[in-house]
Design a protein around this ligand. Structure first.
Ligand code: IMP
Length: 432
């Protein structure tokens, strides 16, 4: 039974939530392995919109086990809000549907404050983070100064850790940022109170997931953000602070690489990015505005307008390689209906020199000019089509060109935001 990792192939917001939701009807468990509530998955079922930031969207399917792995950083307040909201709407009536790793690191109030203060100080050089404390939480994890769920089990040890961390950090907040110091007692009490409510969901999730592997269950590992935001493989330093690539599923869920059968990448039929950083195919003109309006390109987490541009196959080729993609999903293909000509970047150019692979250096990447291929567009509304064969020839040509260039098959096309507005060519979870 397949174990499949699903990742964003661009800069996040590729529509992973909807795709994971489609495949979830064929899986036993969905596992998140990195990121935190910087992510935002929007799922629309029967016209009702659900936005999830932490809990895998598989939670909307009763009976599917949803796991928040050790690689995720968790803000307990956000987690509780999400749990309560789901329960109010009739989901998560069975608490055994959710499991959270005892090793997951906590986002603390000082992480959020630091994230926001740093960004506001950087001015035009800011990363454009979501301000949720993600970066500082991962920094503390690596610096071995993080607090994990398992630490809350022992209040005395938790208080000691918190006091050690804050005694020095409070000094910095006051001196460097001229802000009020954090009240250790308040954080201690608030986090313990949250923990009492969350405790029933806390487990050794590596044991749990490997147990499911042994039982030969279908498991979907759900990535957040996208490959170009990966801290190692993205457009550094304009990245998030975790490994968003498929390999992150192993470290972030506590499974070995031999467990994973496939890696599926999700890409929009064009490109978007929120926050700062290089974006070679960005369109700062009317066409970009049109993509933004037609595609409803506003962030699910922060509401920020997304920068828009044509599809970039250099970015996707890099994604295919660093994730080992075995299949590609194209989302929002319907948004391209009505464009007379559609462009796709197949390489870049710097002062007349052809660049075929994504440069690591930010300075080089900023100089890259996309080299475009033009493909005739289509005018038909394609959202109601159910089979690949029914698509207008121009749509088929567009999809085939992408497949041929990347040498990876397109396995699903998403043609609208609703469940059912899609063409599934191959479901990696159904045994064939
Ligand atoms: P952070 O993850 O909040 O530290 O933000 C770092 C960068 O990643 C910023 O450019 C954010 O806009 C971007 N980012 C973080 N999460 C997402 C996401 O879920 N979708 C798209 N961009 C994201």
């Amino acid at each position: 039974m397949p174990k499949v990792v699903i990742v964003g192939a661009q800069w996040g917001d590729e529509g992973k939530g909807k795709i994971v939701d489609i495949f979830t009807s064929s899986v036993d468990a969905v596992v998140r392995f990195q990121g935190g509530n910087n992510a935002g998955h929007t799922i629309i079922v029967k016209g009702e919109k659900t936005v999830l930031h932490l809990i895998p969207s598989g939670i909307l399917h009763p009976g599917v086990v949803c796991v928040i792995g050790n690689g995720v950083v968790v803000d307990p307040e956000v987690l509780l809000e999400e749990i309560n909201d789901l329960k109010k709407r009739g989901f998560l009536s069975d608490d055994s549907q959710l499991a959270i790793s005892e090793e997951a690191h906590l986002i603390m109030p000082y992480h959020k404050k630091l994230d926001q203060l740093r960004e506001s100080r950087k001015g035009k050089d800011k990363i454009g983070t979501t301000g949720r404390g993600i970066g500082p939480a991962y920094e503390d994890k690596m610096a071995r100064k993080g607090i994990r769920f398992c630490d809350l089990e022992n209040p005395e040890a938790f208080r000691k850790k918190l006091t050690d961390i804050l005694s020095r950090r409070n000094e910095r907040f006051v001196k460097m940022f001229q802000t009020e110091p954090f009240d250790i007692n308040k954080i201690f009490n608030d986090y313990l109170a949250s923990y009492q409510k969350i405790k029933k969901y806390i487990f050794n999730t590596s044991l749990l997931v490997n147990g499911l592997v042994k039982k030969n269950k279908n498991i979907l590992f759900e990535g957040a953000q996208g490959t170009s935001l990966d801290v190692d493989h993205g457009t550094y330093p304009f990245v998030t602070s975790s490994n968003t690539v498929a390999g992150g599923a192993c470290t972030g869920a506590g499974v070995g690489p031999t467990v994973i059968d496939e890696a599926i990448g999700i890409s929009k039929a064009y490109t978007t990015r929120v926050g700062s950083g290089p974006f070679p195919t960005e369109l700062e003109d009317e066409t970009g505005k049109l993509l933004q309006t037609k595609g409803g390109e506003f962030g699910a987490t922060t509401g920020r307008p997304r920068r828009c541009g044509w599809l970039d196959l250099v970015v996707l080729k890099h994604s295919v390689r660093v994730n080992g993609l075995t299949g590609l999903v194209l989302t929002k293909l319907d948004v391209l209906s009505g464009f007379e000509m559609i462009k796709i970047a197949t390489s870049y150019e710097i002062e007349g020199k052809k660049i075929e692979d994504l440069p690591a250096s930010l300075e080089l990447l900023n100089q890259c000019k996309p080299v475009y291929e033009e493909i005739p567009g289509w005018t038909e509304n394609i959202s109601n089509l159910k089979r690949f064969e029914e698509l207008p020839q121009a749509v088929k040509n567009y999809v085939r060109r992408i497949e041929n260039f990347l040498e990876v098959p397109v396995i699903l096309l998403s043609l609208g935001p609703e469940r059912g507005e899609d063409i599934v060519i191959r479901n990696p979870f159904s045994s064939q």
